[in-house]
Unconditional design. Structure first.
Length: 117
């Protein structure tokens, strides 16, 4: 929840893909913000036991998770990760049409993005 309970973090290796997702989120009324792609964080995923650790460092967890998942994208394929841990579940009162509990965050953004393809 690096950006609080109402905004998803977007990580990408591709500016165009990231911009398309952010535009779709804005049109869908869902808050998203791009965070930097920091390859040096991949060092925290090295393991002397496994091919890749899934834990990394406790600092910058959203960006570490993005680096972990990036390892599974083929080289040369644009990569995008949306960390929606914050807005996926509303622990407070309903607001702006968002219910308490599971929010379904991201569904409207993905539908908007697919409609644009």
């Amino acid at each position: 929840m690096s950006l609080g309970p109402r905004t998803a973090a977007v990580h990408s290796t591709d500016d165009r893909l990231s911009a398309r997702l952010l535009d779709a989120a804005a049109s869908a009324g869902e808050s998203a913000w791009r965070l930097p792609h920091l390859p040096y964080l991949a060092e925290s995923l090295r393991s002397h036991i496994a091919d890749l650790s899934n834990v990394g460092t406790p600092q910058g967890q959203s960006m570490v998770a993005a680096e972990f998942l990036r390892h599974f994208a083929p080289v040369g394929v644009p990569y995008l990760h949306v960390d929606l841990a914050g807005p996926a579940y509303n622990m407070g009162e309903p607001y702006d049409g968002v219910p308490a509990g599971g929010t379904g965050y991201g569904v409207r953004t993905l539908i908007e993005l697919m409609d644009r393809l």
